[in-house]
Write a protein that binds this ligand. Sequence first.
Ligand SMILES: Cc1cc2nc3c(=O)[nH]c(=O)nc-3n(C[C@H](O)[C@H](O)[C@H](O)COP(=O)(O)OP(=O)(O)OC[C@H]3O[C@@H](n4cnc5c(N)ncnc54)[C@H](O)[C@@H]3O)c2cc1C
Length: 222
Amino acid sequence: MKIVEPWIKVEKFDGVAIMKRIERACRTCYRSEGKVTDDSYKNLIKNCITRGHESVLEHEKISIRAYSDIGVYKDLTRHRFASFSVESTRYCSYDKDKYGNEIKFINPSYIEDEKIYEIWKKTMQEAEKGYMEMKKQGGATDMCRLLLPHSTAAEFTMTANIREWKHILSLRTTNHVHPAIRQILIPLLKLFKEEMPEIFENIEYDEEFNPKYYAKLEIEEF
Ligand SMILES: Cc1cc2nc3c(=O)[nH]c(=O)nc-3n(C[C@H](O)[C@H](O)[C@H](O)COP(=O)(O)OP(=O)(O)OC[C@H]3O[C@@H](n4cnc5c(N)ncnc54)[C@H](O)[C@@H]3O)c2cc1C
């Protein structure tokens, strides 16, 4: 068994270019294409959001890849307007060389109590032991996966349009949300706030959540 850290990778994007394309689409409504200036998108987008004219945000999308636990994608896949491709526990057989012949579990670093952490760790070891024993007895991956706990590490790709990201990030970065989700989505929200303040600046998140728990965020070409 290996205890690993979560990460999030965001496809390279240009926030201003995204907002300018949203402006271009939105101006169709008022046939005000002639009013475009270098920074006219700022007021236009802010006004749209204030009035609830948010469908214009659906013209643009961003994809991310994340390495987190099964519990995270279980919750995030409830968002019906996002698209997901998730590492399959039915097909990925963790006893194989490709996976290092072991199961990886996401480190719940936010469990600060040492005794509780040790109970977690011991239980993960037991789960892995059972999985490998079932495999040795010829158990199908489909059956062995019944033993995989929420902490099992899994990769997923998620794509959403800007309106849905705004919605997801406003729901999923508060202190009501599981820390494993806050770990990956607070850094994402902070990036979006920097790159597209006119859209994301008013979204509140759990500022008390210790940044030492944030997942590493990288920008990458998809
Ligand atoms: C803190 C927290 C705790 C939660 N606890 C639980 C729980 O205990 N059990 C549980 O089952 N779920 C729970 N959820 C999941 C939650 O109920 C939603 O299913 C999930 O957050 C998806 O959000 P959404 O419905 O806004 O959907 P999205 O699919 O992201 O949709 C975006 C928006 O589109 C609109 N929309 C989409 N579909 C419809 C529709 N059919 N009819 C009308 N409007 C629609 C809504 O305005 C919706 O907000 C929890 C979520 C959070 C954030």
